[in-house]
Design a protein around this ligand. Structure first.
Ligand SMILES: [Zn+2]
Ligand SMILES: [Zn+2]
Length: 88
């Protein structure tokens, strides 16, 4: 991975990661209006999200644990749920 890509990825995480259950960030959490998307568990490890875990939301609005997304990105760059490409 070259330096530009590392920087791009850092920026992506900065803009799209958030802490689950943190009330200060409630407006970053796209629940309710997006009820067709299940954001209660991680599509990689299938664990339910727990308060204070660090999560990442993709453009398609699917949500992953940061660590799980990192593992996914090692071998593919598409969302494992909707197959949209992850542009980071
Ligand atoms: Zn996970
Ligand atoms: Zn998706």
């Amino acid at each position: 991975m070259d330096l530009n890509q590392v920087k791009k990825r850092e920026r992506f995480y900065k803009n799209n990661s958030f802490i689950f259950g943190n009330k200060d960030e409630t407006n970053q959490w796209p629940l309710g209006k997006q009820s067709h998307i299940d954001v209660s568990e991680c599509p990689i490890c299938l664990e339910s999200f727990v308060e204070k875990e660090k999560l990442v939301r993709l453009k398609c609005l699917h949500v992953y644990h940061e660590d799980c997304l990192e593992a996914l990105l090692r071998y593919r760059t598409e969302c494992s749920l909707c197959k949209k490409s992850i542009d980071i």
